[in-house]
Write a protein that binds this ligand. Structure first.
Ligand SMILES: Nc1ncnc2c1ncn2[C@@H]1O[C@H](COP(=O)(O)OP(=O)(O)OP(=O)(O)O)[C@@H](O)[C@H]1O
Ligand SMILES: [Mg+2]
Length: 311
């Protein structure tokens, strides 16, 4: 596991070519190509698009059928054991032991990753504190709320300070405060040198956190870029005309260049000199709709469960 910082900086986080995966005759991932540098990246897609399947393949949990996969430069098939010591996966559904306390769960995970009892205990205290679980640390997990379990699960996945952290829908089911705390934690982890690959159905989340956003639809990568690049794909800024009450009267698409925006604004100014205008960038929601023909969720819908997400 002699992965020096130099090696890390030069090695792509993920290198995937022609990756396919089927369950029986059902093809779930089709011919995926993807290269990502170290950093925070988001895999965005609706229910059933293949997010969990991809994350499970990359974290060595399940096998794949075809293609080449490198994670931190390692082959999940050949270098499975080494890779398992460098990455952690927090799955979509909390995998904590109900019969144990929060602290005991953390210690168990620490031991699993080969930490000494003392190192595990120290790290467990710090993480429980950061996730606001210190007060409940001695209680059995059976008495925890869903959100508390989720946070404990994520904290446990971080105990060994992995180089690459997979988080499968980490904020689904968390309240606004916990979601923000987790976003802060993810950013702090990245600042300390870890890479994060998270799945989400929420554009807002990908937009807030990720350097690169990979959009998965029906087992295909339909887009891959920065939030700004994805937004640029559906054209430039739009000019909105408002009435006095702020209602949108008209929206005029532009190509986004200064000259094109100016040309349209000029036409508006001549026709309706007193109308209020704003110039706005397309939202990621619009990008998603354009790319997949489906509406993605927004983080606000999380509190209402998944009903808001068309699959
Ligand atoms: N173990 C399995 N056996 C058979 N089919 C599976 C299995 N796991 C997933 N699938 C199928 O693969 C497809 C992709 O599932 P996956 O769980 O990867 O999607 P997802 O994007 O994570 O969805 P969600 O947002 O609901 O978590 C779905 O059609 C699902 O039914
Ligand atoms: Mg999933």
């Amino acid at each position: 596991m002699a992965y020096t910082d130099t090696v890390r900086a030069e090695t792509p986080l993920l290198e995937i070519t022609g990756l396919s995966k089927s369950y029986g005759r059902h093809r779930v991932l089709t011919d995926l190509d993807l290269t990502l540098p170290p950093g925070i990246h988001a895999l965005l897609g609706p229910n059933g698009s293949g997010k969990t399947t991809l994350v499970n393949v990359l974290s060595t949990l399940i096998p794949y059928d075809a293609g080449e996969v490198r994670v931190l430069g390692l082959d999940p098939r050949r270098d499975r054991k080494t890779l398992q010591g460098l990455v952690s996966l927090t799955g979509q559904y909390a995998a904590v032991d109900e019969k144990l306390s929060g602290t005991e769960n953390m210690l168990m995970m620490g031991r699993l990753f080969g930490l000494s009892r003392r190192a595990a205990a120290q790290r467990a205290d710090g993480l429980l504190e950061r996730f606001d679980l210190t007060g409940a640390a001695g209680d059995r997990v059976a008495t925890y709320s869903g959100g508390m379990r989720r946070k404990l699960d994520i904290a446990a996945g971080l105990i060994a300070q992995p180089q690459l952290i997979f988080l499968d829908e980490p904020t689904t089911g968390l309240d606004t405060r916990s979601r923000q705390a987790l976003w802060d934690e993810i950013t702090a982890l990245a600042d300390s040198g870890a890479s994060i690959f998270l799945t989400t159905q929420y554009l807002e989340e990908a937009d807030a956190l990720a350097e690169r956003i990979v959009v998965l639809h029906d087992g295909h990568i339909v887009a891959d870029g920065t939030a700004a690049q994805l937004k640029a794909r559906i054209g430039g800024a739009a000019i909105q005309l408002h009435d006095d009450a702020g209602h949108i009267l008209e929206e005029i698409p532009t190509r986004g260049s200064a000259i094109d925006v100016a040309r349209h604004l000029d036409a508006v100014a001549r026709a309706r000199p007193d109308v209020d205008v704003t110039v706005r960038r397309p939202t990621l929601d619009e990008v998603f709709l354009e790319l997949t023909g489906e509406q993605a969720g927004t983080a606000d819908q999380q509190d209402q469960g998944r009903e808001g997400v068309a699959a």
